[in-house]
Design a protein around this ligand. Structure first.
Ligand SMILES: CC(=O)SCCNC(=O)CCNC(=O)[C@H](O)C(C)(C)COP(=O)(O)OP(=O)(O)OC[C@H]1O[C@@H](n2cnc3c(N)ncnc32)[C@H](O)[C@@H]1OP(=O)(O)O
Ligand SMILES: CC(C)C(=O)C(=O)O
Ligand SMILES: [Mg+2]
Length: 507
């Protein structure tokens, strides 16, 4: 079976999803999980975009082993220099240069002729080649490009040393049959095509990103670019879990394989969803809550008699955990640590202690702690990043004919600071009380609440988006009390906003 190279762009195109902002610690945690998952290449970011992006690409290049680490750049020297500065510490660095080749992008966005674009592409690849052998070139908006010109660019960048050439459907315009034919034609027309790996990068604007990627694979593409849970610009990228599980489940049809450890898929999906704040729709293929649920009698009867009547994949295969240990108030550190290890977390020392303390607090408020509770707790506890403001307590009163009032306690540099506020609603009062302590120009842009598990003692997970200096920051908070979860989420967003802005302003 031929191997298909999986290039993961969760941390670059995925992070371009509106409203998603990940801090350095979160990006490194996702990259380490992607390495466990077995992706062949991690696109860690766009180093010139901001000091924060640069630092996270560098940190991933330094600390994540296994996959190649790629950094994106435009076709110019300063982007390539900056990308190399971040990537050079990686064991297997890859410079990824993109430049649009479609008439609409060249004319309106780049204001360049096709001759100038061809020259820029070749010069950029040749320049990057002075740093590393491993160069990917992406012809942005390739699918809307004129075929002969696109082939001319592909041939020229391969001659200049590109080892991978990516053919993106940047705006998700293609349909599977025509995209397959498109990739086939490129293979037929470009004489030196065998000297490079042909890659595809499909967007999901018409819901066809996975189908288009697979059609391209059937016509010679050997690398597929994906993002976990399909996150990315606009409607997102081809979803890693869909592409990989299609290749696996239909392996006898496609005769292809990937290096992905299928058992890490669910865990990675959960981590990305928690940290990005992009919730997974219940009916999402492979990783949605309902992907393996059977509601109707005929289906339940079938599955009880023989699972394969209605299931084409085994949930355990993708790491949906079958749990024999029930954690609760009487569990100790050993069971806690073992359970976490089964879920993919290797916690030691301070990290383990702080997660265990939060776990014990939770046990006082909730009888049985599920895997979902544990994952949410550890993700919010361990990866929250620097805490300028630390939640201490909240008291509130609210109800019909009562003015909602909240008093909040927050630790600032080790000192407890308290403030109170009234408003029309209790969440608004809580946030006004927090604003009285924080005194920064931060506004709430979005708020959502979900229960982590079912049952009356379920934890609530609040995700907020806060605006600070024209940028949006996601915060997450969990608690069995939804007002406390709301306070924790807002404080988390404020901490991220202040600390990530300091990094990007070089402070
Ligand atoms: C399809 C994709 O996903 S592409 C990746 C998109 N990702 C991002 O944009 C990441 C975040 N971006 C940023 O932070 C900023 O856009 C930066 C730092 C990269 C650039 O910021 P600025 O210098 O202020 O430029 P701005 O974004 O306004 O405009 C882009 C400029 O790059 C040029 N450009 C766009 N693509 C390319 C390219 N591939 N190669 C060279 N130049 C390019 C544009 O023509 C424009 O140039 P102009 O100023 O001469 O008109
Ligand atoms: C940078 C390129 C690969 C991209 O994201 C696109 O064309 O969609
Ligand atoms: Mg893209």
């Amino acid at each position: 079976m031929d191997n298909i190279f999986i290039f993961d762009t969760t941390l670059r195109d995925g992070e371009q999803s509106p409203g998603v902002t990940l801090n350095l610690k979160e990006k490194v945690a996702i990259a380490k999980q992607l390495a466990k998952l077995g992706v062949d290449c991690i696109e860690a970011g766009f180093p010139i975009a901001s000091p924060g992006d640069f630092e996270s690409v560098k940190a991933i290049a330094e600390s994540v082993e296994g996959p190649e680490i790629a950094g994106l750049c435009r076709a110019n020297k300063k982007d390539i220099d900056r990308a190399w500065e971040a990537l050079k510490v990686a064991k297997k660095p890859r410079i990824h240069i993109f430049l649009a080749t479609s008439p609409i992008h060249m004319k309106h966005k780049l204001n360049k002729t096709s001759e100038e674009v061809l020259k820029m592409a070749v010069e950029a690849v040749s320049y990057a080649k002075s740093f590393t052998e491993n160069i990917e070139f992406s012809a942005e908006d390739a699918f809307r490009s004129e075929m002969n010109f696109l082939c001319e660019v592909v041939e020229a960048v391969i001659d200049a040393g590109a080892t991978t050439v990516n053919i993106p459907d940047t705006v998700g315009y293609a349909t599977p049959d025509e995209f397959g034919k498109f990739i086939k034609t490129i293979h037929e027309k470009v004489p030196n095509i065998d000297k490079a790996i042909i890659s595809v990068h499909c967007h999901n604007d018409l819901g066809m990103a996975t189908a288009n990627s697979l059609a391209a694979m059937e016509n010679g593409a050997r690398q597929i670019e994906v993002a976990m849970n399909g996150i990315g610009e606009r409607a997102g990228n081809a979803a890693l879990e869909e592409v990989v599980m299609s290749i696996y489940t239909r392996r006898h049809y496609y005769n292809k394989k990937t290096n992905i450890n299928l058992g890490e898929i669910y865990r990675t999906s959960k981590l990305v969803s928690h940290l990005s704040g992009m919730q997974i729709q219940p009916n999402k293929s492979v990783v949605g809550r309902n992907a393996f649920a059977h509601e109707s009698g005929v289906h339940q009867d079938g599955v009880l008699k023989e699972r394969e009547t209605y299931e084409i994949m085994n949930p355990e295969m993708i790491g949906i955990h079958v749990n024999n240990i029930v954690l609760g108030k009487h569990s100790g550190r050993h069971a806690f640590k073992t359970q976490l290890k089964d879920l993919g977390y290797e916690l030691e020392g301070e990290g383990l202690n702080s997660a265990f303390d939060r776990f014990k607090e939770l046990c006082d408020r909730k009888k049985e702690i599920s895997d979902e509770d544990l994952i949410a707790l550890v993700d919010s506890e361990i990866l929250k990043g620097p805490e300028t403001y630390k939640f201490a307590f909240i008291h509130f009163s609210s109800g019909t004919n009562v003015t909602p009032t909240a008093t909040i306690g927050v630790e600032v540099e080790g000192k407890l600071v308290e403030a109170a506020a009234c408003a029309e609603g209790i969440v608004e009062a809580t946030y006004a009380a927090i604003n009285n302590i924080v005194k920064e120009e931060i506004t709430l842009a979005d708020y959502s609440i979900n229960s982590v598990t079912s049952g009356k003692d379920a934890q609530g997970e609040v995700i907020v988006k806060a605006l600070y200096k024209d940028k949006s920051f996601t915060g997450r908070g969990i608690s069995v009390d939804v007002i406390e979860a709301s306070a924790r989420a807002y404080i988390n967003a404020i901490n991220k906003a202040i600390n990530m802005t300091k990094v990007s302003e070089g402070k």
